[in-house]
Design a protein around this ligand. Structure first.
Ligand code: GDP
Length: 206
């Protein structure tokens, strides 16, 4: 599935623009610049699919990606959709924008029955920040299963990765919706990609 070409099908600025529920979905969330676009591109081995968060217009939308070659009509639905959620944690984001982000994301998380899991990306250099914790709280409240992915692990030493895995595990262990296993990745060095692809398949087929 991940070896096929993938396509961008739509950007969703508000709930009413969501595609009809169909294929199982997994969504990706993370602070702006965490490496979300790079990770999605690495997963599907397609460099320009997800654009960086600097791309104007796409930043505040849920972006839908599916494998190419399915009409989307009944009986010909793609087996999986990847959803790139708008990045959060801009230092200077206006309050109104944060509010809009929270509303869209919360509505989506609570209302989407085909959403199987959210991958919460954490930059291995920075660890869990306060706004990441806010998002985990949102996910717990919405009772959506989520799994932590460390990004850019090529930037830190092995001992640092081990420590971060332990610390992050401590902090998510008691959370009701957290999936216990943390995946350590580097899009740049193609580390952890097969593990993440497998986790996505497991999450969507159960
Ligand atoms: P987004 O804002 O979360 O979509 O982040 P991007 O995917 O645009 O990446 C933000 C920056 O981090 C870019 O400069 C990327 O080149 C860099 N980056 C992303 N993934 C990795 C990685 O695995 N390793 C390293 N060293 N840099 C990365």
């Amino acid at each position: 599935l991940f070896a096929r070409p993938w396509v961008f099908i739509r950007g969703v600025p508000a709930m009413k623009f969501l595609p009809p529920e169909g294929p199982p979905e997994v969504a990706f969330a993370g602070r702006s610049n965490v490496g979300k676009s790079s990770l999605i591109n690495a997963l599907v081995r397609q460099k320009g699919l997800a654009r960086t968060s600097n791309t104007p217009g796409r930043t505040q939308e849920l972006n839908y990606f599916v494998p190419d070659g399915f009409s989307g009509q009944a009986g010909d639905l793609p087996p999986l959709a990847l959803v790139d959620m708008p990045g959060y944690g801009f230092a200077k984001a206006p309050k109104a924008q944060v509010k809009k982000w929270t509303e869209l994301v919360f509505d989506y998380l609570r209302g989407r029955s085909t959403l199987k899991r959210v991958y919460v990306l954490i930059d291995a250099r920075h660890g869990l920040k306060a706004n990441d914790e806010d998002v985990l709280k949102l996910l717990d409240t919405a009772a959506v299963s989520y799994q932590i992915v460390l990004t850019k692990i090529d930037k830190i030493k092995t001992a640092g990765i081990d420590r971060l895995l332990r610390e992050t595990d401590e902090r998510i262990r008691k959370r009701p919706a957290a999936f216990p296993h943390i995946v350590a990745t580097s899009s740049e060095k193609s580390i952890g990609m097969d593990e993440l692809r497998q986790a996505i398949m497991d999450a969507t087929q159960s």
